[in-house]
Design a protein around this ligand. Structure first.
Ligand code: ZN
Ligand code: ZN
Length: 121
């Protein structure tokens, strides 16, 4: 009895999730990531983990992608901020994340400068 429950839970995890923002059905496994936690189309995540994969957070609010972190290795990560509690998390990008949306996120501060870029030094 408990065995089949356990199996069902694991399968649901592999089956993925429905994006909380754009309602895309997101498969659980993808090229380049084991723990997919955000939508490849709009990059939204959901606050379900205290630590990666534990599903222990009671928050369950949408997590908005707010920035790109570029690591020294050349790898990119997405900075997510929870719309419910304000928590900030950094997540590795997945192989099939929308490159257009990733670029838009990376260029956002440049397209909305807080000071005249001509004067920057
Ligand atoms: Zn989405
Ligand atoms: Zn939260």
């Amino acid at each position: 009895m408990s065995n089949s429950n356990h199996r069902r839970q694991r399968r649901n995890e592999a089956d993925g999730f429905t994006c909380i923002n754009c309602k895309l059905k997101v498969p659980g496994e993808s090229w380049g990531t084991k723990h997919r936690n955000h939508c490849p189309a709009c990059l939204y995540s959901r606050h379900v983990d205290e630590r990666p994969g534990d599903r222990a957070s009671p928050c369950r609010s949408p997590m908005e992608p707010i920035a790109i972190e570029a690591k020294d290795s050349g790898e990119w990560a997405i900075v997510h901020r929870c719309k419910g509690c304000g928590e900030i998390k950094v997540n590795r990008i997945a192989g099939d994340d929308s490159e257009r949306v990733l670029l838009g996120l990376a260029l956002r501060p440049i397209s909305r400068p807080a000071f005249p870029l001509d004067d920057a030094r």
